[in-house]
Design a protein around this ligand. Structure first.
Ligand code: DGI
Ligand code: FE
Ligand code: FE
Ligand code: FE
Length: 188
């Protein structure tokens, strides 16, 4: 599907604010892909579709996670995490996305994971720093994203997410720790 058609489909599935976020992630992801030598076309599709299930019914997502044999650990953690793997499922089923890297970028956009591809990192980062995001520390992350080492940018972003969750007394999904440790251990 074309960019404009995918965007129209997203407009129907989310409130205006989330749609504006989606466009912000898309523009940011394309720019990051161009800068880091990743495929901007893949970044565009992954970004447009990344939050397609942000407002999906919770019970429906729970059933999909069970029925499609997604990681059952997801169900023990906050339902906010579910829109990412279920979004990857919807990208494949409803929007006919076949590219595994695009699907993984959607699937792991909230938690990250060990050994992420460049495209996965780009979507994770774009989601955190797109221009419409407002949270304490976002300016520092935007500045950090200007350095030329994608892994360093990713470390800053995932560290911010984990630290934020801990400061809010929230559990942290294991993939986020695995993501962080993997990047730290590979650091030159
Ligand atoms: O969907 P977005 O708002 O654009 O961003 P996102 O997909 O990164 O989701 C962010 C939300 O998910 C935010 O409310 C924090 C929550 N979250 C992310 N990782 C974890 C988490 N919540 C818990 N409890 N544990 C996590 O590991
Ligand atoms: Fe999301
Ligand atoms: Fe995120
Ligand atoms: Fe998002």
């Amino acid at each position: 599907m074309e960019r404009s058609n995918l965007l129209l489909a997203m407009k129907d599935r989310m409130p205006e604010k989330r749609y504006i976020h989606t466009i912000g992630v898309t523009d940011t992801a394309i720019a990051l892909a161009e800068r880091f030598g990743s495929d901007p076309k893949k970044a565009e599709i992954a970004a447009i579709l990344h939050d397609s299930c942000k407002y999906a019914d919770r019970d429906w997502m729970e059933k999909k996670i069970i029925k499609k044999k997604m990681n059952p650990t997801l169900l023990k953690y906050h339902h906010e995490l579910w829109h990412a793997p279920v979004g990857a499922y919807v990208a494949k089923k409803e929007f006919d996305v076949r590219d595994q890297d695009i699907l993984n970028a959607i699937r792991f956009h909230t938690t990250g994971r060990k050994a992420m591809s460049d495209l996965e990192k780009i979507i994770y980062i774009a989601d955190m720093i797109e221009p419409n995001r407002r949270y304490p520390g976002v300016a520092d992350l935007r500045a950090a994203a200007k350095v030329d080492d994608l892994n360093e940018v990713m470390i800053r972003c995932v560290r911010h997410s984990i630290t934020f969750l801990i400061s809010k007394n929230q559990p942290v999904y294991p993939d986020s720790f695995k993501c962080y440790n993997d990047l730290m251990l590979k650091r030159g």
